[in-house]
Design a protein around this ligand. Sequence first.
Ligand code: NAP
Length: 463
Amino acid sequence: MSQETLDTAINLGYIVASVLFILGLKMLSSPKTARRGNFISAVGMLIAIVATLLTRGMTYQWIIVGLAIGAIIGAWAAYAVKMTAMPELVALFNGFGGLASLLVGFVEYYEHPARPLYTTVAVFFAVLIGSVTFMGSIVAYAKLAEKLPGRPLLFRGQRIVNGAILAAIIALGFVFCARPADSYEVMLVIVALSLLLGVLAVVPIGGADMPVVISLLNSYSGLAGAAAGFVILNNVLIVSGSLVGASGIILTSIMCRAMNRSLGNVLFSGFGAVGPASAAALTDGQGAMRETSLDDVATQLAYATQVVFVPGYGLATAQAQHVVRELANALEERGVTVKYAIHPVAGRMPGHMNVLLAEANVPYSQLYELEQINPDFPSTDVAVVIGANDVVNPDARDNPNSLIAGMPILEVDRAHSVVVLKRGAGRGFSGLENPLFFKPVTRMLYGDAKDSLTRLVAAVQQA
Ligand code: NAP
């Protein structure tokens, strides 16, 4: 095959891959099409890899070693990682994306220091964003995996220190871009400062905000990839990096909106550093939580007209997605209408509840988003809150002084009755007390969500 034909085939492959990435991303926006979207994007990636491997002058032995190691780790991670540890895994993957861009930028510079200005600028950005993404993601992973304290680690003058480091990196960037061939040491200092900035930018952010940070770092990893694409002049890397950068920032803004907070507030407010008021102080004047029995709940559910399940993080930790579907089936057999209320930030990652319920083959037609289901609660007989807390906290709506004031919530307290399945008096991720649990309309069914639901299935079948 002539060089020209080969180049045309490679570019055609890149165009097809880019189109598949865009289609795949579009399909990820709905639970109905998300799985197919994921598959289509993966096919696009395969085409992009094969097209790249056709490039002349490749040294295949290292590529094969890399492919083998990557495939083994990837397959192991996909099978072994628990659903609840998915955010940690995504954090690590973002970090590796950043590290790859850092290495591509650095190695390209090391091998050919004297390059046109635009390549040198691209090297600078690949190294800077790649390093920040790498270390920021490692810290985010460590916080989520509780290898570092989840609370914000704050010290005086932190923002000034971070600002000074960023200013120093930019100043060194000018020096580097002006005389790249003589700036090897400058490049090393840029790498070191950028790695440090990645750590210092994420440590002051609380564990509760890590999912937003991870989404933002995901966007950064895309930008670093696009910069690396400019360094090695690879079109598909530029396109895919830009897509990841743009979609990551859109997701970040959706998550911030769902919590009614700005990105600046997430990044700089140290949310969660000040412990909430003590439980005793908060429960004063709110009465007590009222416990109910399994049989009472089963009877209530069995004779209801409409039941709405409200899943939260506790459903994920209990892995109760299959058994909630069984309970829904048992109720539907008795003619009860069953719906699921999905809050955009329920759980610990965007779409967490959708993924879990899809795994249990819950029909998409039964999933209702916040704006769709809230008007339905006043005509709901029983709202069953399964390990959700912050996303049903009425303080967000009723108490302007609450830390989560203004965060849109699922208004379960407007249902005729509310049953909350949780293990005890544990707080939500925000650490706040939840007045819902003290309302006259609410009853608590204590225990692990999976255990309680399993026993409810049997009790409803016998009711
Ligand atoms: P949550 O507020 O974290 O509450 C989870 C509740 O589940 C806890 O109160 C806990 O109480 C209960 N629980 C834990 N394990 C359980 C088990 N095995 N069985 C039964 N109950 C169990 O959860 P959420 O309502 O889903 O809210 C998510 C939070 O994460 C929000 O604050 C949101 O802003 C934050 N967040 C999420 C995202 C995202 O992308 N999804 C992003 C950023 C922030 P017990 O200990 O008493 O059982």
